[in-house]
Design a protein around this ligand. Structure first.
Ligand code: G6P
Length: 368
């Protein structure tokens, strides 16, 4: 086992640091100068483009990855995109139609809830697309078509590299669906350039390791951590909080910053740490105002912002700042989750918990 971990102490740590490489393998052979090639979807692309709705279905981290990709899919496809947690879709027997494209996202391809939702969508006549890391998995076999994320074997129960590869695959899917639109060509080229450079930016952000360990040290004894995000980074807030609760066994909630004033604001005091994701995108000024409101209530803030923006997000105030490289807005969730993965990892080690096999959890939940 130690041989497989190489120079790392834990698989989760190895898998976090492997991301420049796993993202490279996810994109290998799929990025052309101004287009994207996804062989697995080719035959069904016409049906996908004509579908009435795209519905993403998954659990846990895989659901969060789909949520991160939703805005760019809506933008580039102009098709309504909805989200379903697999168990909730089944509980409600929610509507799935023949005219839907149902996209199932699962690292293992064996999660029972996701597979049952797949059966349900097949019965209802939807086109079913699978996005998985596991060649030959039930998901890969039972869907009509799909995309392998090729992130390499993931062993840590908490998903890290599969999350970022899933986002990248779904961004590529958005590019492929929108490929024949002249009006968005410049936008698509910009994203494709961003994808090519993404492994470099991820290597850059991994240099925050030491800083995130220091931050973890200051949070070890606390009971709770909130993470506020919106837009492209609502998913980052949910996924960052999920990492902290599943491995560091610390209560943590990811919240939509736009909902802050409708309840969560009551929790704010001088002790509760709040991470606010405020990297540059079309929501930036709204996040600046969230930060101001939290300051006015003496919140204990940790702000994740774009490089060089410390003053703009926190002028003369005492926030803790995490600066990350700025990339294309729809790729920013890939960069932004990395300091939060590192934080969850270090918190877990410092608190003395099992990193790779958190109590009560399984890598793949194959029962309902
Ligand atoms: C389990 C794991 C999570 C994972 C989820 C979905 O709950 O502990 O880390 O995100 O299943 O797994 P999947 O293999 O379908 O992506």
């Amino acid at each position: 086992e130690q041989i497989k971990k190489g120079n790392y102490d834990h698989f989760m740590q190895k898998e976090i640091h492997e991301q420049p490489h796993s993202l490279t393998t996810t994109m290998r052979g799929r990025l052309k100068h101004n287009s994207v090639l996804l062989g697995g979807l080719k035959e069904h692309m016409k049906t996908i483009r004509h579908s009435r709705r795209i519905v993403f279905i998954g659990c846990g981290t895989s659901y969060n990855a789909a949520l991160a990709a939703r805005p760019i899919l809506e933008e580039l496809s102009s098709i309504p995109v909805t989200m379903e947690i697999a168990s909730d879709l089944l509980d409600r027997q929610g509507p799935i139609y023949r005219e839907d494209t149902a996209v199932f996202v699962s690292q293992s391809g064996e999660t029972a809830d996701t597979l049952l939702a797949l059966e349900y969508a097949l019965e209802n006549g939807a086109l079913c697309v699978g996005i998985t890391n596991t060649v030959g998995s039930t998901l890969a076999r039972k869907t009509h078509c799909g995309i392998h994320i090729n992130a390499g074997c993931e062993i840590g129960v908490a998903s890290t590299k599969a999350y970022t590869s899933q986002i990248v695959v779904m961004v590529m899917m958005a590019l492929a669906i929108g490929a024949d639109r002249i009006s968005t060509q410049a936008r698509r080229e910009d994203i494709i350039n961003g994808l090519s450079d993404l492994p470099n930016q991820v290597s850059e952000v991994l240099k925050l390791d030491r800083e995130m360990k220091d931050l973890a040290e200051s949070l070890i004894t606390l009971e709770s951590l909130l993470v506020f995000g919106r837009g492209y980074n609502y998913a980052t807030a949910l996924e960052g909080a999920l990492k902290v609760k599943e491995v560091a066994l610390m209560h943590s909630e990811g919240m939509l910053a736009g909902e802050m004033k409708h309840g969560p604001l009551a929790l704010v005091d001088e002790t509760l740490p709040i991470i606010v994701i405020a990297t540059r995108d079309s929501c930036f000024s709204k996040q600046q105002s969230v930060i101001q409101q939290l300051h006015a209530r003496k919140g204990r803030l940790i702000v994740l912002c774009s490089k060089g923006d410390a003053q703009s997000v926190c002028p003369g105030r005492s926030c803790r700042i995490i600066e990350v490289p700025q990339v294309a807005d729809c790729l920013q969730p890939v960069v932004n989750i990395i300091p939060l993965q590192l934080l969850a990892y270090h918190l877990t080690v410092l608190r003395g918990y099992n990193v790779d096999q958190p109590r009560n959890l399984a890598k793949s939940v194959t029962t309902q």
